[in-house]
Write a protein that binds this ligand. Structure first.
Ligand code: C5P
Length: 299
């Protein structure tokens, strides 16, 4: 017997970052949008906790207890006095260490899969509290759709989305470490007055009406200067996509994946072709949003 959960990637259409808190985290106004790139996580009973991963970038995924999928199984088991004896298989399609919450997605998916396999019937609130313990982006991977994350990004308010948005994601060679990008943000803003993060009314309105040109005008990522400082070549990728007709371009989360909003699906395909042909990225993926969060697709 096994349970499979499909879980989406995310893009941050607004990532407003405040100054570092005493606990080292940063207060955020983080507007998440789930996009149609998915990992599938399958759990099945085993004699001990093991993980395997398949997919083109599987070699970059940690297969030890640092993997958020393993930590999810352990945390859920501990809460119920169980032993986390499962085999977890991750079919990986979300870019690894790319700023698209792929690791967080696997954590949320493994949590839901184990809850189903073990017949625990946890409430959504119980699952969300474990997600928040696992990491700041994990609750959103469970919920999907669109949401504003406050606190360190884990306190979610679901948002209305009035239409479909089309994207291209340019995958860079190698990842960027999220703590390193936040560290660079701290260095770049040292001595400056960093305003308290707040969601942009224009951006929330663009989501509500489903209007891509308005959303393009409101996209904002406070981590972008830090990601560009650590990886200056991303500026060429951003420029290539906008020259090829994207409505707007930004670094996705902490990067190094870059995101391009386009007016429709056809435009997304031509921007993706131009990005690939330019050699400024390793891969260009077309996707749409919003899409649902973690869901059981097979049991
Ligand atoms: O919560 P998560 O484990 O995904 O965070 C990874 C790292 O990103 C943290 O250790 C911290 O360095 C940084 N971070 C932050 N402020 C946030 C979220 C993440 O500084 N709100």
């Amino acid at each position: 017997m096994s349970v499979t959960v499909r879980v989406p990637a995310k893009v941050n259409v607004q990532l407003a970052v405040g100054s570092a808190r005493p606990d080292g985290f940063h207060d955020l106004a983080n507007v998440f949008l789930a996009v149609s790139l998915y990992d599938e996580v399958t759990v099945s009973p085993a004699s001990s906790l093991t993980i395997t991963c398949s997919g083109p970038d599987a070699g970059q995924v940690p297969l030890d207890r640092t993997n958020l999928a393993a930590r999810a199984a352990e945390l859920l088991a501990a809460r119920h006095g169980l032993s986390p004896d499962v085999h977890i298989h991750i079919a990986k399609d979300i870019p690894v260490a790319g700023g698209m919450a792929g690791g967080s997605a696997d954590g949320a998916a493994a949590l839901l899969a184990c809850d189903t396999l073990w017949g625990l019937g946890s409430t959504r609130a119980e699952l969300l509290s474990i997600c928040a313990e696992l990491g700041s982006d994990v609750p959103f991977s469970l919920v999907g759709g669109a949401a504003l994350g406050t606190g360190r990004g884990e306190r979610l308010t679901e948002l209305e989305v009035g239409g479909e948005f089309h994207w291209v994601f340019a995958v860079a060679d190698g990842g960027l470490s999220t703590p390193a990008v936040y560290g660079e943000f701290d260095r770049l803003t040292e001595g400056l007055a960093v305003p308290a993060p707040a969601a942009s009314p224009a951006l929330l309105d663009a989501l509500r009406t489903g209007d891509a040109p308005s959303l393009a005008g409101a996209l904002a990522n406070d981590l972008q200067p830090a990601a560009l400082s650590l990886r200056p070549s991303l500026a060429d990728t951003l420029q290539t996509g906008t020259s090829a007709g994207a409505l707007a371009a930004l670094v996705s989360g902490s990067g190094p994946t870059t995101a391009f909003l386009t007016k429709d699906e056809e435009s997304a395909r031509s921007v993706a072709e131009a990005l690939l042909a330019s050699g400024t990225c390793r891969e260009a993926r077309v996707a749409s949003s919003p899409t649902v969060g973690a869901r059981v697709v097979g049991a």
